[in-house]
Design a protein around this ligand. Structure first.
Ligand SMILES: [Cu+2]
Length: 471
């Protein structure tokens, strides 16, 4: 059944994409930089109508911050204070969560855990220091499948004190919308098979809120491309052809620059990847960016089109691309470390823990250590002493992959399936494959209650969430 659904979804996306191609809209990268919102900023969540799928189709009714989807890009320098007043013009409560940001617990934006939800007509003041540089994003943490799925998300870019030298710094917020033939958002949130299967997969992929066709670049240009996946559920696997991008940061945290495995940049829901791309095409050359994460549903995301004029430079810029490390405490994995195991189960075709029938009747299909989020009352899954290194072993006993997100910390990925992870990257959202095990570690230096949950929004809505306490 899933295959059938996906097939129709993709063919419809193809229909909309090709209908638009005739219009040859050009999405200019870098435009968002000029539009970065100054602080202090008021972010108002409310309804809006936007041309998501282009002029030849009706505008789409969305939910947006300040009338735009994605919301305004917030850009600050590392060490700056971020001050944002959030206002709620929706007809339901909301909050703002600052994804990937290490901040005081009271600023984390989780309703009933770190703050009371902002009621319709209400407001809440967020204030925190941007201690880490990198590509972050913000989104509601209430009814997320619907609120994010209808368009509420935006980028928070924290620039390094001394950024790497590039010609342009470009943000791509990649989203995946489920639209009906009318161009309006399918309102089946919270219903249907997506909850117990792979989540809400859309049929319309956008970059910065529009179906893209061409990106104009100059031969020889060096671009820092910040990819932010705000889709409810979809993982992308982007192939840039001969351009051979180098990954310089994952989930905001610098990593030794390297080319992606098999030439494919994999980015799961909620993850970010920072790339350095030297535009090595000849003047006039067009290069397709292909999403081939699902091998039977490959499609062209966008075309990178080299300007026909004189190249910007003849050979790639000779400048370092490695980013300075953020001030993260290094986990000490020894006898003193706290070790915890979290087993993921449930969902269609997965292991069902004993005695969960009553939860399934309540629409809770996913379990962490045999309990869904509704089964935990207000209790943490475990408590860690402040300052202690915490090692979490994740075991996926489901038939699906899950991007598991920890609030408030970046963690090192120590191993996968028992094999040491030589790259040792820091993440805040780790994609764990079917039947895979992953070991991660972080220093629990920040007190409070911190959520740990799947970022497939239909999974967290139906049980795949918990919180841990640092005290
Ligand atoms: Cu999941």
């Amino acid at each position: 059944m899933k295959g059938q659904f996906m097939k129709s979804a993709i063919s419809r996306r193809g229909l909309m994409g090709s209908a638009l191609a005739a219009g040859a809209m050009t999405l200019l990268p870098g435009g968002r930089l000029a539009g970065a919102a100054p602080l202090p900023l008021t972010l108002t969540a409310g309804p809006a109508t936007l041309p998501i799928i282009g002029d030849k189709w009706p505008d789409t009714k969305v939910w947006a911050y300040n009338g735009v989807a994605p919301g305004p890009e917030i850009r600050v320098r590392q060490g700056d204070m971020v001050r944002v007043l959030a206002r709620n013009n929706l007809e339901q409560p909301t909050t703002v969560h600052w994804h990937g940001v290490r901040l005081p617990n009271a600023m984390d934006g989780v309703p009933d855990l770190t703050q009371a939800a902002i009621p319709p007509g209400g407001e809440f003041s967020y204030e925190f220091q941007a201690v880490d540089a990198g590509s972050f994003w913000y989104h509601p943490h209430v009814n997320t499948s619907e609120q994010i799925g209808r368009g509420l998300s935006g980028a928070l870019i924290v620039e390094e004190k001394e950024p790497v030298k590039v010609d342009r710094d470009v943000t791509w917020i990649i989203d995946d919308w489920l639209l009906r033939d009318t161009g309006q958002i399918d309102d089946s949130f919270g219903r249907g098979m997506s909850m117990s299967h792979g989540g809400r997969i859309g049929n319309t992929v956008t970059i910065n809120g529009r179906i893209p066709t061409e990106i104009a670049v100059k031969s020889g240009e060096r671009i820092r491309l910040r990819l932010i996946n705000v889709a409810n559920a979809r993982t992308f696997g982007l192939d840039f052809g001969k351009l051979a991008p180098k990954i310089i940061a994952l989930d905001s945290q610098p990593v030794t620059p390297h080319e992606p495995a098999n030439g494919r940049v994999v980015i799961a829901a909620a993850q970010r990847v920072d790339l350095i791309i030297d535009m090595t095409g000849a003047p006039g050359e067009k290069i397709q960016v292909i999403d081939n994460y699902f091998s039977r549903q490959t499609y062209e995301l966008v075309t990178i089109s080299h300007d026909e004029g004189k190249p910007l430079r003849e050979s790639p810029l000779d400048a370092p691309i490695a980013l300075p490390r953020n001030p993260l405490p290094e986990p000490v994995v020894d006898d003193q470390a706290r070790r915890e195991l979290i087993v993921l189960s449930g969902g269609a075709m997965g292991r069902m823990p004993p005695g969960v029938d009553k939860y399934i009747q309540q629409g809770q299909y996913w379990f962490l250590n045999d309990l869904p989020s509704k089964g935990r009352a207000d209790e943490p899954i475990f408590t860690v002493k402040k300052g202690q290194t915490c090692v979490i072993g994740l075991v996926n006993e489901t038939g699906w992959e899950h991007p598991m997100h920890l609030h408030g910390f970046a963690f090192r990925v120590l191993s996968r399936n028992g094999k040491p992870n030589m790259r040792g990257e820091w993440l805040d959202t780790v994609l764990i494959g079917r039947q895979e095990t992953v070991e991660l570690a972080f220093v629990a230096d920040n007190p409070g209650d911190w959520m740990f949950h799947c970022h497939i929004l239909e999974h967290v809505a139906t049980g795949m969430g918990c919180f841990l306490r640092v005290a």
